[in-house]
Design a protein around this ligand. Sequence first.
Ligand code: GLY
Ligand code: MN
Ligand code: MN
Length: 441
Amino acid sequence: MTLTQIDFQQRRTELAQKMGPNSIMLIATSPVVYRNRDADYKFRADSSFYYLTGFAEPEAVAVIETFESADEYSYSLFCRERDREMEIWHGYRAGVDGAIEDYDADEAYAIDLLDEEIIEKLQHKQQLYYRIGHDAAFDTRVNAWLKGAENAQRKGADSPSTVLQLDRILDEMRVIKSEQELELMQIAANISADAHMRAMQKVRPNMMEYVLDAELNYIFGQHGCVPAYNSIVGGGKNGCILHYVENNQMLKSGDLVLIDAACEYQHYASDITRTFPVNGKFSAQQKALYTVVLDAQYAAIEAVKLGNRYNEPHKVAVKILTQGLIDLGLLQGERDALIEAEAYQQFYMHGTGHWLGMDVHDVGVYKLAGESRMLEEGMVVTIEPGLYIAPDDESVDEKWRGIGIRIEDDVVVTKNGPRVLTANVVKNIEDIEALMAQPSL
Ligand code: GLY
Ligand code: MN
Ligand code: MN
């Protein structure tokens, strides 16, 4: 399964219609990021740029222009020219001919011509759409182009009188996933689920966290994938550090290990967390806390449905987590009063999820007119409740300290209820213990 130029073209057509007549849209891909001397970070195209173009080379800018009617539009791609020597060193380039033949551009230009060509194009448009404030260097260039077009006005040309935030339109398109996008996300989720199950089978007491991390990367790499975000492999109290990425400590028998790791497939992300015992058996305290988180997660997933607002799963999770904390003696008081006072934040200090798509924390507003927005078919959210008992929290019995648990799945809103993309990876205590007892792959 792969997206075709027809899919990218449909997106451009939809965007052009939303832009309205006599408008122009500019979007640049990500910059290449320097890592250290003569070494860059591996390039990854900007998600919104790729969403509209399917073009994964660095140094590229896409332009859509509408005319008297927005049904009529032109798509231009500015990209690197073909260059024999550069291609020997750095690999194949589509060049301007490839931009037209393989990427369906109506016009293509060498990226070096961007400044002069854009000023020319701006002179004929009334509205400019671009991602205001996304990249300070690009903002500066756009300002200079607008100035250039304004100067040309003196010679009788027009120039945009209105600058609009492109993200407002594009993010709303991206927040609803097509069937093809969901298929790609399902593939990413399946690969990530395999990686988690391999980790459950490979973990051993005294293994280093990075060795377990390598087991995940082994599966991602077998599918030509990379992690969608920095993997978290946290043993024991490291599971209480929400964004722990050092992954350089030894995993100890008797501790849990929390893994938040998943790959992206063809620019679409997955996002999975599982927490399991290093020695294959949950202790009584671990079981008790894990059961509360799992109950909260199941109930929150059930709340991912049409008719609910985005924040309903969080409300459901907080209720169950707070009740569970009371039942285990970690919080004292009456449930609703504790929720009102946000007492649960001592042990649960993050939200229950986020949009998921091309970006792991995907685009899309969470509130409309100040209220949590309604869930719609094709939206994808993560559901990731957790409990984290700080190792130095003297307000609770010692036996609980240093336990960190999170369980995270990826869920699609459908008219038939929640569809869990990450259902392949086990999460019930009995299933985890049974899988861990099997010989490793
Ligand atoms: N892996 C990032 C998150 O769960 O939000
Ligand atoms: Mn997440
Ligand atoms: Mn995650």
